[in-house]
Design a protein around this ligand. Structure first.
Ligand SMILES: [Fe+2]
Length: 284
């Protein structure tokens, strides 16, 4: 049984208070409002702007209903766990906020996970901080023909070149197989938009843990070397320590600052789990 529905409707919440919470804590969980998909769209539309498509990931995402800005979560049909990461950190153009909406929770497990990237950075060993300060990360992906067109939402090579140029991604199309290889160089450390503190936020962990699907993805340091095993172990153990699982109830919303908070999910088996996302920017 789920807790009772709140008296206050979702759309009666004060937008200023919600934005203040987002600025100070970086994460806002709105539980027990039993919000409808339409209320989700209305609230996210009031508080954010510049909704963007999901591009450059390992797996394309399905659109939910007839709104191209409401998406199913990555690999929803594959049901695997996703390690903590920042959304689209392999891209230069990425959302500053992520909205999640739970249409149907998994019968068991399938929690969305979050962790504070500021705290993650603060807890890193000094040598690990120096390593990431001195070397960027390089993300490589190879997509088979037929997959990259869905991930980049185009089969036009000029459009692909434009998207890659805007995002400072180098790419190569293999002549015989038409597979696409992309390469992007990014820092593992960023700055939190509101606190201006350093943040560990990137896509290292999912790539170290291996992506399920047809795309081959890996991450290296800028000098071409692998992330050292000691560092990988340190990151995994910090991730475990700092993860906060969000147990979904129908109609819950979660808003996170993608310049500060990492997110992921626990594995699940329930094919009915249905979580929607919108990727955008907060209104000024
Ligand atoms: Fe994500």
């Amino acid at each position: 049984m789920y807790p009772e529905r709140r008296e206050t409707p979702l759309l009666a919440l004060d937008p200023t208070t919600l934005l203040d919470r987002l600025r100070t804590t970086g994460v806002v969980l709105l539980q027990n409002f039993r919000a409808s998909p339409d209320e989700f769209k209305q609230l996210s539309g009031q508080l954010s702007t510049n909704f963007m498509p999901y591009r450059g990931g390992a797996i394309p995402r399905a659109q939910v209903g007839n709104d191209s800005t409401v998406l199913a979560v990555t690999g929803s049909h594959l049901r695997y766990a996703v390690s903590l990461h920042g959304e689209m950190y392999y891209m230069k153009q990425r959302p500053s906020v992520i909205w999640f909406y739970c249409a149907v929770p998994a019968a068991e497990a399938g929690e969305t996970t979050v962790a504070d990237g500021e705290l993650f950075y603060a807890r890193l060993q000094p040598e690990t901080r120096s390593l990431f300060a001195s070397q960027d990360l390089v993300y490589w992906r190879t997509y088979p023909d037929g997959v990259w067109q869905r991930v980049y939402q185009t089969d036009d090579l000029d459009e692909l070149a434009r998207i890659c140029a805007e995002n400072e991604i180098e790419f190569e199309l293999e002549a015989a197989t038409r597979s696409l290889t992309t390469r992007s160089t990014r820092s593992a450390i960023s700055t939190s938009r509101y606190t201006q503190n350093p943040v560990f936020i990137n896509n290292i962990l999912p790539l170290l843990d291996g992506i399920v699907g047809e795309t081959t993805s890996y991450v290296r340091l800028a000098d071409g070397s692998e992330i050292p095993t000691t560092v990988a172990t340190e990151l995994r153990s910090l991730a475990e320590e700092l993860t906060i699982p969000i147990a979904w109830q129908p109609g819950d919303l979660l808003l996170i600052d993608n310049t500060r908070w990492l997110h992921g999910r626990h594995a699940y088996t329930d094919a009915k789990r249905d979580i929607h996302v919108r990727l955008g920017d907060i209104v000024a």
